[in-house]
Write a new protein. Structure first.
Length: 133
């Protein structure tokens, strides 16, 4: 069974790669002009993967936002599996049995994820709340 599945997956990978290559060659990407080191955007915006860090810099001192809070987040994520040790084992996902896990998810995903920035404005008026749909 597995050699046939491997052939199908290999063929699918080759087809998708060819489609993506043709699509990327024929599509005209909307790129901006090259960066100008003498002219900085106002406000200067970080790439998407640094957006959370940039938003923390608006509200906190750089030492707190750049060193302490990311360290606390990383340590907190490392500690969660030890705090939420489920004595029943795997496969139990009801609210009664997994209160801590559910509230950790609600806090991290919904509460912390609500504040996002409109990245197309040039003033603090563009910072707004986006509620889940």
């Amino acid at each position: 069974m597995w050699p046939f599945l491997l052939r199908i997956e290999l063929l699918a990978t080759i087809i998708v790669t060819i489609i993506l290559m043709v699509w990327s060659i024929t599509l005209n990407a909307p790129l901006e002009e090259p960066a100008n080191p003498t002219l900085t955007m106002n406000p200067s915006k970080a790439p998407w993967y640094f957006l959370g860090l940039q938003e923390m810099l608006v509200y906190f001192d750089p030492w707190i936002a750049g060193v302490i809070m990311p360290s606390l987040i990383i340590v907190g994520l490392m500690v969660v599996p030890y705090i939420d040790a489920n004595p029943l084992g795997n496969g139990y996902y009801t609210y009664k049995q997994r209160k801590f896990a559910i509230w950790t998810f609600i806090f991290g995903f919904i509460v912390l994820g609500l504040h996002d920035r409109d990245r197309h404005t040039d003033s603090r008026a563009g910072w707004m709340w986006f509620w889940p749909v």
